[in-house]
Ligand binder design. Structure first.
Ligand SMILES: Nc1ncnc2c1ncn2[C@@H]1O[C@H](COP(=O)(O)OP(=O)(O)OP(=O)(O)O)[C@@H](O)[C@H]1O
Length: 239
């Protein structure tokens, strides 16, 4: 019987920039082992929702419970230490460092032996990063840099992985590689919250979805229960 006690519980979350409200009373859960995708038109508040969970923007009100612990308004380093890692749209890599140095930064808190083990496991998952481990990161292709960003987040062994548009700006070949990586993470039981504009990819990877419109959750459900009727979700996003 799968554990359906929520790992993350968002309740009545309000987030804004200055006087401008962006998320308006959003509530949803993420349960262990699932991949939940946030859908919504441009500007609907998807990245803001991710940034609030990571502590990069402070909610004006509402609650974010991670494993039962209130994290709303806590600083990013504390939230990261609790086990939430984000791969942002910007990727935030150190371009002049090698691939391996970027990866190591994800596991700064680990001692030498554990770091080496985590790195070895990561290279098994990403042989391409092993081949390029000494390469300066800015010389990698966009898709390879996305792998480094995902790899660096995984180095912290997160209990919740946030992926903000993992396929953003990538070629179809790299989208497929990223999809296979996410599939592999799902098989390993990694819990994920994802924003993905490529709806084919989102529907292929997600177990559940929610739709944000102007910062309000207007729809949601089980992807498989939609039985391929993705038009209904598209209508709910855009109409
Ligand atoms: N730091 C900021 N300061 C002021 N306004 C912001 C800031 N970040 C985002 N916004 C605004 O908040 C709104 C929601 O942005 P957000 O990035 O969360 O949307 P999104 O759904 O992720 O959009 P997209 O799909 O285009 O990435 C937008 O109108 C955006 O201009």
């Amino acid at each position: 019987m799968p554990d359906t006690t929520p790992l993350l519980q968002i309740r009545d979350l309000n987030v804004g920039y200055g006087q401008k409200p962006i998320l308006r009373g959003a509530s949803y859960d993420v349960v262990p082992g699932e991949c939940l995708t946030l859908l919504g038109a441009n500007g609907s508040g998807k990245s803001t929702a991710m940034n609030a969970i990571c502590g990069f923007v402070k909610p004006t009100s509402g609650s974010i419970l991670f494993e039962g612990q209130e994290t709303a308004g806590q600083p990013p380093h504390r939230i990261f230490a609790l086990g939430i890692a984000q791969v942002s749209q910007a990727r935030d890599l150190f371009p002049d460092l090698s691939v391996e140095d970027n990866l190591r930064l994800g596991a700064m808190r680990r001692g030498g032996r554990e770091m080496a083990k985590t790195l070895a496991e990561l290279y098994e998952r990403f042989p391409r990063l092993h081949e390029r481990r000494r390469q300066v990161t800015r010389t990698l292709s966009g898709g390879e840099q996305q792998m480094v960003a995902i790899g660096r987040a995984l180095m912290s062994r997160p209990r919740l992985l946030l992926l903000d548009e993992p396929s953003g700006g990538l070629s179809p070949q790299f989208c497929e590689e990223i999809a296979q990586i996410v599939d592999g993470l799902k098989e390993d039981g990694v819990t994920m919250l994802m924003v993905e504009q490529n709806l084919n990819l989102a529907f292929r990877l997600a177990d559940r979805f929610i739709v944000l419109r102007d910062g309000v959750v207007v729809d949601g459900g089980d992807v498989r229960a939609m039985a391929g009727d993705h038009d209904a979700i598209v209508r709910s996003i855009y109409l």
